[in-house]
Design a protein around this ligand. Structure first.
Ligand code: FAD
Length: 104
């Protein structure tokens, strides 16, 4: 039986982030339960025969919200790679993802 003050179902990005912010509020007895035996959901990385695969592709960190972006980057402790990107949509060249960041 699990005894916890806060129970979170699903340990993907949303669940782990929720646990992080609940812990920041001073609640330490948190249980994050996942139907799988590994954490991360779509953002997890798996090892198969010495090959490493990102389940959800190589993740780009982008937010139009400056505070959200700074908070995300601070949690990664510099574990990022910077890329300059341009995306074509319809006939216009978009700078939407310019200066976006990827998790290493
Ligand atoms: C190919 C691809 C590329 C992407 N690229 C980016 C990107 O560049 N940038 C970006 O910001 N986002 C990107 N995303 C989106 C991002 O991966 C998802 O939005 C994010 O991971 C979703 O997190 P989540 O916690 O909401 O859901 P999930 O990651 O799906 O996590 C849900 C968790 O709940 C668990 N679960 C499900 N049912 C139950 C149950 N009944 N009981 C207990 N546990 C349960 C699952 O096992 C899973 O671990 C990409 C996604 C894909 C597929």
């Amino acid at each position: 039986m699990i005894v916890a003050d806060v129970l979170i179902l699903g340990c993907g990005w949303a669940g782990i982030t929720t646990a992080y912010y609940v812990a920041k509020k001073g609640i330490s007895n948190i249980a994050c339960i996942d139907v799988n035996n590994t954490l991360g959901g779509l953002m997890k990385t798996v090892n198969e025969n010495d090959f490493v695969f990102d389940i959800g592709g190589s993740h780009i960190i982008f937010s139009p919200n400056k505070h959200t972006l700074e908070e995300l980057l601070s949690l990664l402790n510099g574990n990022i790679v910077k890329h300059r990107r341009k995306v074509f949509h319809t006939i216009h060249l978009s700078n939407f993802l310019l200066n976006s960041l990827s998790i290493r």
